[in-house]
Every structure is written in C-alpha cells, then in structure tokens.
Design a protein around this ligand. Structure first.
Ligand SMILES: Nc1ncnc2c1ncn2[C@@H]1O[C@H](COP(=O)(O)OP(=O)(O)OP(=O)(O)O)[C@@H](O)[C@H]1O
Ligand SMILES: [Mg+2]
Length: 447
C-alpha cells in the first residue's frame, strides 16, 4: 500500500516543516501548524502537443471601458473604476463586519448574471438578507455549495459575469484529502478559480476570513494569487466601515471607500468630513481640526488631547488612532523646542470618530491640541491646522495642500494654519491662510 506523506504547514504564512513546531520560524505565530497530506509528483512534465497561441501585444484588443460598473461608487473607486473581467478579488474582514452584505449589495445592481455561492449560509438566509437590503435583481443566482467541482459546473452552465464565493474557507476540492479551510485546500481552490476566471473572462469575488492578527486566514500566498486584495475594516463601536485596497493589479491602492452600516445595508458616505466633525464640542480646550488625505480625498477630523498632572513617577502617554511612538517624539520636541513642561504630565491623544491616521501632516495639530489642553486655552474652532513637525521643532511642508484648503473652505472654516514652505502661490478669497515656520510661531498664532 502506498504510504501517505504528510507535512506540517503554518496556517498563517504557509511555511512547511516535516515535524510539528509550536512557533513558526517564518511569521512567529504560535500553534499555527496543521498536518496536511501531500501528493508529490516527481515525474517530469510531458511536452505539450496541442496548439499554442502566442500573440503580439498590438494584436490583442482590450479596453479599460470593459470594466463592470457596480453602481456603488465607493466600491468602484477602490477597485480603480469597477470590476475587471477575468480578475479575482479577495475581500477580507473581521467576522460580522459586513463582507457578505457588501458582496451582495455590490453585485445585485448588475445587468449581467451573478452567481452567489454560499458555503456558510443557506439560500433562505441569503433571501432574508436580500429582502432586508431591499435588493431586486433578475440576474442574481444563489447556490449553496461547498464542493468546488459543483461550483465550476454551475459556472459553466450559468455563464455568469461575476461569481461570489462566500467564503473560501468553506470550499473544498474532492481530490484532496485535506479538510476545507486548510492551507492546501485554500491555495488549490483559489488557483483553480483564478485559472477559470482568466480563461472564461468572468470576475470572482472571494470572501476570506481574517485571523486574530487581522491577516486573511490561509497563507499569504493566497494574496499573491489573486489580483486585488480588499480589506473591509471597521470599529465595532462605530457604524462606519472602511474599504481599503491592500493590493490592486488594476488600480491604485491609495483609495478608500467609506460606508455606514444601517439596517437597510451599507450606505455610501460621500462627505465623510461632515460626519467626523458632527459631534464636535467647540468649548473644550485640547481639540483642534486638522486635515488628512485618504487616497485622493481630503478628510477633516478632530484631534483631541487631554493633559493632566501625573501623580506617579512615570507619566502615561496613550494614543488612540495615532502612532504611539510618533506621540513620544512630538512630546520630546514640544519639551525641547516648544517650551512646554510635559515631563510630569499624562498625555492622552484621540482621533475622534474611531479613525486611525498615520500621516505626518497631522503632527502640528496634535502638538497644538496638547498645548491647548496643557494651558487650558481654547483654539478658535474655525481654524484648521496642518503640518508635519520635524525633530528641531520646524514645521515641514505637506502634500496636496490645495485639496486640503478647498475641503476646509467647503465646510466653512475661516482660517488655515499651514507650513510656510507650502505658501508658494496659495491664494483664497474665503479663507485666511497663515504660514508658520516652527511650533513656537504656531502657538503665538493660535493662542
Ligand atoms: N437587522 C439588522 N439591522 C441592522 N444591522 C444588521 C441587521 N442584520 C445584520 N446587520 C449588520 O450586518 C452585519 C453582518 O453582516 P454580514 O453577514 O454581511 O457580515 P459578514 O462579514 O459576512 O459576517 P461573517 O463573517 O459571519 O460571514 C452585522 O454585524 C450587523 O452590523
Ligand atoms: Mg458572511
């Protein structure tokens, strides 16, 4: 009898080992190794006897306009202008964040046939969701199946333009002895789907689960196979959801889409600044409005700081939505070049609305909110503060300054404080523009 060979594979990164190990040497995750059966084929590949088609690039006809527009503008923009036929999109996100909802909403408005393969829910549950979301489509077909061969036959029969696989962790290939959700099954099923999509020019949206660490479950290798990797993120305390492209073969990865989860489904948010500023308390020291760029869009948001005397030897420094190490650097800069005594104070920073910002252009606003809270002085609530702060306390220029100013104008702000080096040629009739060189100059301007 043929002996079955097994290997231990890290379910996180795909690292292979002959024996079980507790900690993966590649990605450092614990207890991630599972035993999987491997079939080795050592024979050399046979020469191909069929017809091979090699084409000159000039002879291939393909237009960007071939993209399928889903009608959900936020989704289309993140993809780079709609679904690309023949492409495979991986949609990952935390449990219950709304992946199935997004996949259904974006595909139900199409004029072409859509096959929704559900391995997790029954057709009845899908129907109930579609009624709640008020989706009406003549072209939406549902298949409750987990066997890949059946799915492929269904695709052959229906000839859909878009196939949704919800989720890849439930789909399996009979020929493999591994159970669904294992690295081998996920990798194999994804590449078969990818191959079918490329040959028959349909688009596949694969829903993938996310592990505790926020990575798409299954090996990283899955991210290499697919054309686009989208992450659907959100904070469980807020109804806002952000769709981010982590990899995109057919578009930029800078774009984000913002949605709100309501009972009737995901609602696009076209004017996010208004929402992030809506709960602003204008009478509290320690808050200031700043501007960040997400993708190609400017976003105004509120930076909050709370500075309190510390009773212990080590003051606390806590930030939410802002890089903790960056905060330590800014505090050191403020102490040395901003003449603020912060060493015996606790400093808490928060980006209102649950957003996470890693752009250095909000540094100056963070510094201003700290100074405001420490001195208990209000910053004029019609002012927007923009700028990166260097280690010498200097205020450095930021990109896309005109977009940021236009957004502030649009929302009725009266003054914008920005790096002096950004001033070149900037003019505005409705907003006062002030250029600053360093933090001290900024403080004398706002207080
Ligand atoms: N009746 C409802 N009213 C309001 N919101 C609802 C309702 N039903 C579901 N939701 C929202 O939809 C979310 C679940 O959406 P969905 O099933 O699309 O998530 P998912 O990411 O596919 O989850 P899973 O990982 O379990 O597949 C819930 O977290 C909730 O926010
Ligand atoms: Mg789901």
């Amino acid at each position: 009898m043929k002996k079955t060979k097994t290997k231990y594979i890290c379910s996180n990164c795909g690292y292979e080992s002959l024996r079980w190990i507790g900690k993966c040497p590649e990605c450092d995750s614990w207890n991630s190794f599972t035993e999987e059966i491997i079939e080795e084929n050592k024979r050399a590949p046979k020469p191909y006897k069929g017809k091979i088609q090699i084409q000159k690039i000039q002879d291939i006809s393909a237009k960007e306009t071939d993209r399928i527009i889903t009608g959900i503008a936020e989704f289309d923009r993140v993809l780079g202008g709609g679904l690309m036929p023949g492409s495979v999109i991986l949609l990952g996100g935390d449990p219950g964040i709304g992946k199935s909802t997004l996949a259904m909403q974006t595909t139900s408005k199409l004029n072409d046939k859509v096959l929704y393969v559900t391995g997790e829910e029954s057709t009845k549950q899908i129907k109930i969701r579609s009624e709640r979301l008020n989706l009406k489509s003549d072209n939406f077909y549902v298949l409750a199946e987990t066997n890949l061969s059946v799915v492929l036959s269904a695709i052959k029969e229906l000839q859909p333009a878009v196939v949704v696989i919800d989720s890849i962790q439930t789909i399996y290939r009979e020929e493999l002895d591994n159970s669904p959700g294992t690295v081998t099954q996920i990798r194999e099923c994804t590449s078969i789907l990818q191959d079918a999509a490329k040959r028959n020019n349909f688009c596949v949206i694969i829903v993938g689960h996310v592990t505790k660490d926020g990575m798409i479950a299954g090996p990283k290798i899955m991210e290499h196979i697919v054309d686009t990797v989208l992450y659907f993120e959100g904070n469980s305390n807020y109804s806002y959801r952000i769709l981010r492209a982590q990899k995109n073969r057919y578009g930029s990865t800078n774009e984000i889409g913002i949605f709100e989860m309501r009972e009737s489904g995901l609602e696009e948010i076209k004017d996010p600044s208004k929402i992030f500023l809506s709960e602003r308390d204008k009478q509290t020291p320690g808050t200031v409005v700043t501007s960040t760029i997400e993708g190609t869009r400017p976003l105004l948001l509120e930076t909050q700081a709370l500075v309190t005397p510390s009773n212990f030897g080590y003051p606390q420094r806590v930030s939410t939505g802002f890089d903790q190490r960056r905060l330590s650097i800014l505090l050191a800069v403020l102490e040395k070049h901003g003449k603020l005594k912060l060493s015996s104070h606790n400093v808490f920073i928060n980006m209102a609305g649950g957003v996470k910002i890693f752009e250095p252009a909000i540094d100056l606003a963070v510094c201003c909110s700290i100074a405001s809270s420490l001195s208990n002085k209000l910053i004029d609530n019609n002012t927007v503060v923009i700028g990166e702060v260097g280690l010498g306390g200097e205020v450095r220029s930021v990109s896309n300054i005109d977009k940021r100013i236009r957004e502030a104008e649009k929302l009725g702000f009266e003054k914008v404080i920005l790096p002096k080096s950004n001033l070149n040629g900037l003019k505005s009739k409705s907003i006062k523009i002030v250029g600053v060189r360093n933090v001290i100059e900024t403080f004398s301007n706002i207080f």
